[in-house]
Design a binder for this molecule. Sequence first.
Ligand code: ADP
Ligand code: MG
Length: 236
Amino acid sequence: SLSLFLLFVLVTIFPLGAQPDLQATEFTELPLTKQTAAGLHKAHFKTLTDIQRKAIPLALKGRDVLGAAKTGSGKTLAFIVPVLEILYRKKWTTLDGLGALIISPTRELATQIFEVLRKVGGHHTFSAGLVIGGKSAKEEREALHKMNIVVCTPGRMLQHLDQTFGLNVDNVQLLVLDEADRILDMGFRATVDAIVANLPRTRQTLLFSATQTRNVGELARLGLKDAEYVAVHEAA
Ligand code: ADP
Ligand code: MG
């Protein structure tokens, strides 16, 4: 009968449409390094939030991710955890230079991200730096050469790319754009384009925003390839 047929169709379509690996509810269920696990434990992070549950497994697989979830939903860990894990798996050391670049629209937000990175990444041996201006460009310049992970604001980062002789971004494995909607709203479009133009094409890109920006042109501009779109809606 038709109703049985419909039921069959529904049953077969749903598993296909579902996203894989959404089972993990606790960080201990994810295949994380003991360093990251220890950092999460020390900071009392136990249960994944919805956006973390959706985004982290995809990012760990090496996929580009476009994550949309409202403010306060835990987007920071959704990219900090993959950044630490992926650089660790690639056996990144101080000698390998800049491996991950995290761009944030404001100094305040960049500072908050850096604090989370310090807390959760504290058991790793990576060097990390905050590049937001405020310090002298010379001081930042000297430190930049030693950093594996940089959290930055767009303008200051571009200034270094333009002026810092020998700042090597050729090995960057991961680009994260946090609050991508705000970065673009605040008029950093050209600045971000210029930064992205300096990075290797083979990198992984993770883009997070509080609004659901799926504009294909924008995503291509930011270099997302075959990105997996994950969103947490208000009602979820
Ligand atoms: P967003 O970037 O989406 O606005 P944040 O990453 O700043 O959200 O996180 C918002 C708050 O939720 C922070 O206080 C953070 O410490 C907390 N938080 C994030 N992830 C978790 C988690 N898995 N368990 C408990 N608290 C969390
Ligand atoms: Mg945030």
